[in-house]
Design a protein around this ligand. Sequence first.
Ligand SMILES: [Zn+2]
Length: 254
Amino acid sequence: MTYTDSHAHLTSEAVYPQVEEILRRARSMGVEKIVNICTDEKSLERGLELAGRHPWIYNTAATTPHDVEKEGESFFPIVAARARAGELVAVGETGLDYHYEYAPRALQQEFLKRYCQLALECSLPLVIHCREAFADLFALTDPTLAAVLHCFTGTVEEARQVVERGWFVSFSGIVTFKKSEELRAAAAYVPLEQMLVETDTPYLAPQSRRGKPNEPAFLPEIVDLIAQIKKCDPREVARATSANAAKLFPFIKL
Ligand SMILES: [Zn+2]
């Protein structure tokens, strides 16, 4: 059985010093591709270098909605240059977070729009982070964009709107938490054809590893849980989510 982790922060400060062991463990569990999410200049530089050494690692980049006030402006041209050079498989994670609201909403919206334009210009998909902001997200994004809602934590109704747009919905370890009944209902609703899975390493370790740093090797626990919800073989979930990732992200090395 082989897996694709559609969202991990391998080159963040917390993970990067151990990245080679983490990748070895991922490989031994059957993780065949990892989409590495770069959120600043340093993690992007490391990501490009890491992908050079490990051709099964792919990079995306953007300033998260949390940090747009601090470094949105300085990082944007760097992301744009890498995207135009064909070095990224997506633009993101970008989006709106009204739960934490670390940056003013208007500024989050402005960067979301700029990243949407960049994705359209480069024919790249968008990796979207959205918390408690679905109405504004749908109003501000071009429905013709290809996109994934990463670490989905919305309602079944919000999942329905994402699915109707033709976007992918990505489930993280949160779906394995005891209290996540509503999220499991959303996972039951989202068709396998539009589903991705992710660890969001180093955050959100699944139930059996809760409180520990997360890593791509823990992805099978999420796949197994989704298979239970869907009443199907985990192999089918692993196969479908890997095929979907390959449909969404241009996994081609220059
Ligand atoms: Zn993330």
